[in-house]
Design a protein around this ligand. Sequence first.
Ligand code: B4P
Length: 187
Amino acid sequence: MLNIVLFGPPGSGKGTQAEKIINKYKLMHLSTGDLLRAEIANKTELGLKAKSIMDKGELVPDEVVVGMIEKRIGTDKKPKGFIFDGFPRTVAQAKALDAVLARKKTSITLMISLDVKRQELINRLLKRGIEQGRSDDNLQTIENRIKVYEDQTTPVMNYYDQQGKAKYVDGMGTIGEIFTRIEKVIK
Ligand code: B4P
């Protein structure tokens, strides 16, 4: 199986590139952000709790996101692999993911980290805020999301680096240019 963790700060293009990767490599897409937004849209108890956390730009508790991922991995019969988008965001989540995959007799193949300049992240997310009205795409929340990423999520990069699984891709440029770089890394 080809199991990829797509990594990077908010606005680095994880969701955008994940879509292109699943189309080409036929992997199962698992985005904790999308799963949480579906809970919010369905007005579930979990969604109501998650919304206030996400609107502040903080992380939803590990056990909640790990539980969601575990449930989704269990439902698919025989995927060629998984693409994890926006997950894991803490080392505890990364370790839990390893345990879930080990039970399925598989493991993470590689982590692809998208590198984008801070101002470009802010510009992209503000633009999406205007175009799509996502409630966490406002300047105050964006700045906190970037801070939370730097404080709590960057250690995940070292976790995969120490295992020799981390690959770094320049995430500046057009969507097509970045995808070409990702294809090279996967090859
Ligand atoms: P996510 O949904 O994961 O949101 P994100 O990090 O902002 O990235 P996303 O994938 O949506 O955007 P992309 O960069 O593709 O998380 C949202 C919140 O959910 C978190 O803050 C947290 O509260 C919670 N959460 C999610 N997962 C969690 C976890 N595991 N643990 C705890 N909490 C969790 O795109 C951004 C914009 O840039 C788009 O508009 C896109 O069109 C544009 N863009 C992309 N590539 C571009 C390019 N090359 N050039 C110009 N624009 C580009």
